[in-house]
Design a protein around this ligand. Structure first.
Ligand code: BGC
Length: 361
């Protein structure tokens, strides 16, 4: 079965390659003849270190291994730049466009335009609501949130907290993932609020996941709560670090558990130092590889069955959803062993002692 598909694809490639050489470039068959060239638009480099340190690296790794041409650019949180980059990529002849949208509106405009020009499209990491991407590749984001909620509960228990006040620092209101993360942590924490086991403290969404704004927002939350916040559900490591910076100013770091996500170097260091309760590790290498495989298949005119779909309104979007993993002090070493960050990056001078304690050798 598999062999059959491969053979047909190879024949298709040869035939259409011939057609293109003759200058006949019209019709569906010609579309499937294209040599893969993949365009990727990353969202920014500040809301999380992952985009530049992990996604760019692992996407390059996957494209190079497959021997395809690629162009990876970063919109630096600028929606106009996002659209300009997309236009340039389409004009530049990409066969597939992979986007991490800044919001569903601009994401949709870009996807629709690409589609109208015969360019294959993939929503990478963030689903574009009402969009038209042919595939969605991400992690199970509700599970990400669930792991955060469970992690916070575990750390609060370990601290012996009684009726703890829990503050929320949610992700960007324009990021569908932030909605899914919150659904996940609410599924764990809301029953505890309802049972009066925990007390719901201040809750804010952080625009564009802006880490600097997050610190200001958390400082206001702490003031509003008269300094009584016992746990912080921060939706990623950047927001967690913002909260930790304010807790440090108030000599509360290490006493108040804070969650995170992305297993960033900074997040892992905060965990080792005891200032952060946990993070969620998402193996971006696998995400990049899955997206790259799909983009290449689409460029060859092949349709892959991902065996899974996600609902976007009435639309069933074929999806690949990978499994996230909770990381605590004792499992920081697993992230290093997986090649996501290096021991040298994490165990800098100030952290060598903590690294030794956590069994990182
Ligand atoms: C991603 C997270 C990231 C956040 C901020 C989300 O869509 O899934 O990994 O931390 O955006 O960039």
């Amino acid at each position: 079965m598999r062999k059959g598909i491969l053979t047909i694809a190879a024949v298709g490639l040869l035939t259409t390659g011939g057609l293109t050489a003759c200058g006949d470039d019209s019709g569906d068959k010609a579309a499937s003849a294209k040599t893969p060239k993949i365009g990727v638009i990353l969202p920014d480099s500040k809301s999380s270190a992952r985009w530049e340190t992990a996604d760019r690296r692992f996407l390059e790794e996957a494209f190079k291994a497959a021997g395809v041409q690629y162009d990876i650019q970063n919109a630096q949180n600028d929606k106009t730049a996002f659209q300009t980059i997309a236009d340039q990529m389409i004009t530049g002849g990409v066969t597939a466009l992979m986007i991490v949208n800044l919001d569903s509106g601009t994401g949709k405009a870009v996807l629709d335009k690409a589609k109208s020009q015969g360019v294959a499209t993939i929503d990478y990491d963030r689903l574009t609501l009402g969009g038209s991407a042919q595939y969605y590749v991400s992690f199970d984001n509700e599970t990400v949130g669930k792991l955060q909620g469970e992690g916070l509960a575990k750390c609060l228990t370990e601290k012996g907290a009684k009726n703890p006040v829990v503050a929320y620092l949610n992700g960007s209101p324009t990021d569908n993932n932030a909605t899914l993360f919150k659904a996940g942590y609410d599924s764990v924490l809301k029953p505890k609020f309802d049972a009066k086991e925990y007390v719901k403290g201040p809750e804010d969404a952080v625009p564009a996941w802006d880490n600097t704004q997050a610190a200001t927002i958390f400082e206001q939350q702490l003031t509003k709560a008269n300094g009584k916040i016992d746990g912080v559900l921060a939706a990623n490591d950047g927001l967690g670090n913002a909260a930790i910076s304010i807790l440090k100013k108030n000599k509360l770091n290490g006493k108040v558990p804070v969650t995170g996500q992305d297993a960033s170097t900074e997040g892992l260091q905060n965990i080792l130092a005891g200032d952060q309760c946990m993070t969620v590790y998402k193996a971006v290498r696998e995400e990049a590889k899955a997206a790259s495989d799909l983009a290449i298949a689409l460029a060859k005119g092949e349709k892959k069955d991902t065996g899974q779909t996600v609902k976007d309104g009435d639309r069933d979007v074929p999806s690949v959803l990978l499994t996230p993993k909770a990381i605590y002090k004792e499992s920081v070493k697993d992230v290093i062993a997986d090649g996501y960050v290096t021991k040298e990056e994490v165990c800098t001078a100030a952290y060598t002692k903590f690294c030794a304690e956590a069994g990182i050798s």
